[in-house]
Design a binder for this molecule. Sequence first.
Ligand SMILES: C=C(O[C@@H]1C=C(C(=O)O)C=C[C@H]1O)C(=O)O
Length: 241
Amino acid sequence: MNKIKISAVAYSNTKAFIYGLEHSDIINKIDLSLDIPSDCAAKVINGEVDLGLMPVAAIPLVPNANIIADYCIGSDGAVNSVFIFSDVPVEEIKTLKLDAHSRTSNNLAKVLLKFHWKHEVEVTTEPSAKTDAIVLIGDRTFGRKDNYAFVYDMGEEWKNFTGLPFMYAAWVANKEISQEFKDEFNAALKFGLVHRKEVLNNLPQIPNFDLEDYLYNKLQFEVTEDRKKALQLFLGYIQEL
Ligand SMILES: C=C(O[C@@H]1C=C(C(=O)O)C=C[C@H]1O)C(=O)O
């Protein structure tokens, strides 16, 4: 049997899912690569993999996209790893540098600026650009909140704006996946979530960052009705950018 090719995010937010896959029989049926989110998206879009834990903002670019699992990377309010870090308050930001790792949060920043804060900024992707503010996601944000004068948690701001939780990344396939595989995949992901304690024990301590709170409280992993609603709303706003 051909193995199902999968790309997953290489950040701590995905470690429980990886633990679950690696401790289940399904590991023998898949070919797993760990990538930065923007590469996960590229691989699902260009067909290099069959499915990926990919940034939801890129879903419209995936041919035959379908969300195949009951789990995702989400939050309900603050997530503590998706930020706009800024030298000035948001209403004074003139220039914003996006994060090359991101697809969802770069778009979330633009959506929040335009529709929530109603403030126009010049956006750049140029890594060496000097800007008033930056988008930064994932492990590279851990413990860095104190380094900036103004810190905006985009999960929290999305909740302030819409009253809804958020879904940053979902398990998206670019082809039909059998129900049997989906069931086994869901069971493996769930196993990983149930074993978060082991995952936590295997991760290094990070100064100034509460990893336990992150894995158990800030991150939420269920694809709920409200999270699906938020996804549709978010994709609609992206089209209006
Ligand atoms: C919560 C997070 O969710 C993520 C954010 C993503 C994005 O901005 O494109 C993609 C995948 C997730 O890893 C995070 O990375 O901190």
